[in-house]
Ligand binder design. Structure first.
Ligand code: HEM
Length: 132
């Protein structure tokens, strides 16, 4: 049960980091400011927290918690993790002066949409739990 609470609770950190990362990227793009460390860190926290939630989800499967509906949850979350990781990985390979905000906004919005879809795939509320 501990794993499930951790998995369920981490979702709030993922959603918060995702919203903060997208809003900061849109702010950076709209104001035309130079790419900065804050954007890099927010993008990293979003991708990292998503991967951690995903790992705990996989551990949950090994506790025998599986039913067919979860397949949609799992695939959407894997695609969300890919969408959330591609941008920080590509940006990291660019020199700082060539990095831009817009990819973080687009990648973040795609990842967040997949996360919401993945939670809805098992009929759960985006903010709320079946266990409280
Ligand atoms: C491959 C990755 C993942 C696997 C295998 C997985 C697996 C699971 C499992 C087994 C459950 C419990 C279902 C139940 O008892 O009915 C669950 C619930 C849930 N998962 Fe995942 N999950 C994954 C990724 C994610 C990610 C990345 C997020 C969020 C960012 C997430 C959010 C949730 C939420 C919100 C619930 C419902 C918890 C509740 O009702 O309190 N999952 N997941």
């Amino acid at each position: 049960m501990m794993l499930l609470y951790a998995h369920s609770g981490l979702r709030y950190l993922v959603l918060l980091a995702g919203i903060a990362s997208v809003l900061y990227a849109i702010f950076g793009f709209a104001t035309g400011r130079d790419y900065d460390k804050t954007m890099r860190v927010l993008g990293g926290i979003f991708a990292g927290s998503l991967h951690l939630t995903l790992l705990i989800g996989i551990a949950l499967l090994f506790t025998g918690r599986f039913y067919p509906q979860l397949t949609g949850h799992i695939f959407m979350m894997i695609f969300a993790a890919v969408a959330g990781q591609i941008v920080p990985s590509v940006q990291k390979r660019r020199p700082m002066e060539e990095r831009t905000f817009l990819p973080h906004a687009i990648g973040g919005i795609v990842a967040m949409a997949l996360i919401v879809g993945g939670i809805m795939a098992i009929g759960r509320p985006i903010f709320g739990s079946a266990y409280s």
